[in-house]
Write a protein that binds this ligand. Structure first.
Ligand code: UD1
Ligand code: UDP
Length: 360
């Protein structure tokens, strides 16, 4: 049995790291890396740290408009699929690599398994929402992280081959979190390439969405909030925003914000486990804050993972200094015992679904 796994962006490498391991028990896997994320600390570091085999194909496609990037991926992925003739294509999440992989496969009548199916914001103005909906509706196997995802699919009339498997990000967090423990993984490297010290007490922030980091005005509010916290705020910055962030930090002399280059997954888990609270617009990091029992403020207009919102463990804030600070100080109580994201065995469940489907 042959499976082609298609990845391209940071969060997909993490999910594939746990699922691929289970697939190797019964099938041959070919990995296509679209090239969407390509800097060492956005791509290679994940393959090295998480011991994912080197991709069989790296298509080298990145940047440009969403349409151009997706179109180029579609053309090249189709060529590889024609050559490889897999039994199934496996895609993760909601990036342009996900949708391009799914479209290439469905046009060749190759069944698709979509991991993280059914997540919805409720607006097509978010580029990832288009990718989620399109991918779900052309996939044969829909592996959902949570009950709410199942319900979203049901509302869209998708009930066949929809399975609750839990969240492979939770599997990864448990597995690698144990390895990381209290051992700091690496030092931080600032945006000029110099080493910076990690303070003993800090907030952990990531902010890269087009909606937040795409304009000076909006980003300034978020940076200003981070600068006003009573402890330093560690902010690994996505490459797309580094120039804007550095300019604003210098202009306004935001000394409380410790910017650095993106960190590897193990360091990100370390920062999550040891920070005071998390501020983010990342779908993955808001779940990891929940897994770690850390309070989180998500700077975004839409709820992506409603399960994390219980007991105000995760609160939405507008990109507004006062709202972010109010929400950060309002959340105090965290209950530890819920596992709405499964039991940490979702990779095993996904692999079994694929095996059963392909053996029919
Ligand atoms: C993508 C995903 C988003 C995810 C995010 C981070 C889509 C539509 N969105 O957005 O869901 O949260 O990844 O995981 O796919 N760049 C570099 N080096 C890199 C990668 C990117 O310099 O290694 C720059 C390029 O100039 C590129 C820009 O960042 O044009 C944006 O990257 P892109 O992959 O288009 O989108 P992300 O913001 O990363
Ligand atoms: N992450 C990382 N290094 C960083 C920032 C984030 O390894 O510098 C990890 C984070 O722990 C989470 C994942 O990247 O596991 C989230 O990916 P991202 O925010 O890029 O995408 P999203 O989850 O929003 O799709």
């Amino acid at each position: 049995m042959k499976i082609v796994t298609i990845v391209g962006a940071r969060p997909q490498f993490i999910k594939a790291a746990v699922v691929s391991r289970k697939l190797w028990e019964f099938c041959e896997e070919t990995i296509i890396h679209t090239g969407q994320h390509y800097d060492y600390n956005m791509s290679d570091i994940f393959f090295e740290e998480l011991e994912i085999p080197k991709p069989n194909y790296n298509l080298g496609i990145s940047g440009g408009t969403h349409g151009k990037m997706t179109g180029e991926m579609l053309i090249k992925i189709e060529e590889v699929l024609l050559q490889e003739q897999p039994n199934m294509v496996l895609v993760y999440g909601d990036t342009n690599s996900t949708m391009a992989g799914a479209l290439a496969a469905v046009k060749l009548n190759i069944p698709i398994c979509h991991v993280e199916a059914g997540a919805r914001l409720g607006t097509l103005s978010n580029p990832e929402e288009v990718n989620r909906i399109t991918t779900d509706h052309v996939s044969s196997l829909l592996a959902c992280c949570t009950e709410s995802a199942i319900n979203f699919l049901r509302k869209e009339g998708k009930t066949r081959n929809v399975y609750l498997v839990g969240d492979p990000m939770y599997d990864a967090f448990l597995f690698y979190g144990e390895k990381v423990g209290d051992n700091q993984q690496e030092s931080l490297v600032d945006l000029n390439g110099l080493e910076v010290e990690l303070p003993t007490e800090y907030y952990y922030m990531t902010c890269h969405r087009q909606e937040n980091a795409g304009s000076d005005e909006v980003l300034l509010e978020i940076l200003d909030a981070a600068n006003s916290l009573e402890a330093p705020c560690v902010y690994p910055v996505h490459p797309r925003n580094q120039a804007r962030v550095a300019r604003l930090i210098n202009k306004y002399d935001f000394k409380n914000v410790i910017t650095c280059k993106p960190v590897g997954y193990l360091m990100s888990v370390y920062l999550t486990l040891h920070c005071k609270k998390v501020i983010t617009d990342s779908g993955g990091l808001q779940r990891e804050a929940f897994f770690a029992g850390k309070q989180c403020v998500t700077v975004f207009d839409y709820v992506v993972w409603p399960e994390t919102m219980v007991d105000n463990r995760n609160q939405l804030a507008r990109p507004d200094k006062k709202d972010i600070l109010d929400k950060l100080s309002a959340i105090q109580h965290v209950r530890e015992s819920m596992t709405p994201f499964g039991d940490g065995d979702s990779a095993t469940k996904i692999a079994k679904l694929i095996l059963d489907y392909c053996s029919q």
